[in-house]
Design a protein around this ligand. Structure first.
Ligand SMILES: C[S@@+](CC[C@H](N)C(=O)[O-])C[C@H]1O[C@@H](n2cnc3c(N)ncnc32)[C@H](O)[C@@H]1O
Length: 146
């Protein structure tokens, strides 16, 4: 949700997305106006209208599953094996509407801290790139801990 402007958040996303094979395609939606509930509803309607019926939607949500990076890599394999378009949904400042959470088949948390949505885009891109590296056995991911 939201149209990112040139700046550090856009650069963070571009940095990791530029490494992905293939890169992620981003669809941006204008942030809505009104009360918090109206914003969530209007933004939710725009998001839902853009999803094809076959799309496997994953909501980025604080209440979602919070796997480690290797767990996320395994989840991604399952999602991609479904052979359906895969979409990650990131809410705006007011969060995702309950209708969007209900449509999503999975929800993913990046931990209990609340992050700004444009930062979430970059954080997610890094984790999806990391998941690719985990699948390839690439030393980008160093799972050992001292
Ligand atoms: C500023 S947050 C919205 C905060 C809102 N109060 C809520 O609870 O969703 C904007 C969006 O970023 C994503 N987001 C922020 N922090 C997150 C986290 N820790 N895990 C997953 N998604 C997060 C969600 O998609 C959220 O809708």
């Amino acid at each position: 949700m939201g149209r990112i402007k040139p700046g550090p958040e856009a650069a963070l996303f571009d940095h990791y997305n530029g490494r992905m094979r293939p890169p992620l395609a981003v669809t941006e939606f204008a942030e809505a106006r009104g009360s918090a509930a109206e914003i969530r509803r209007r933004e939710g309607e725009a998001l839902l209208a853009a999803l094809a019926p076959s799309t496997l939607a994953v909501a980025l949500d604080l209440g979602g599953a919070a796997p480690g990076s290797e767990g996320l890599a395994a989840m991604l394999v399952r999602w991609q094996d479904a052979g359906r378009p895969l979409a990650f949904l990131i809410g705006g400042a007011e969060g995702l509407d309950p209708a969007v959470l209900a449509r999503a088949e999975a929800s993913l948390s990046l931990g209990p801290l609340t992050w700004p949505h444009f930062l979430v885009r970059g954080l997610l891109a890094e984790q999806l790139y990391r998941a690719q590296m985990i699948r390839e056995g690439h030393p980008y991911h160093r799972p050992w801990r001292p």
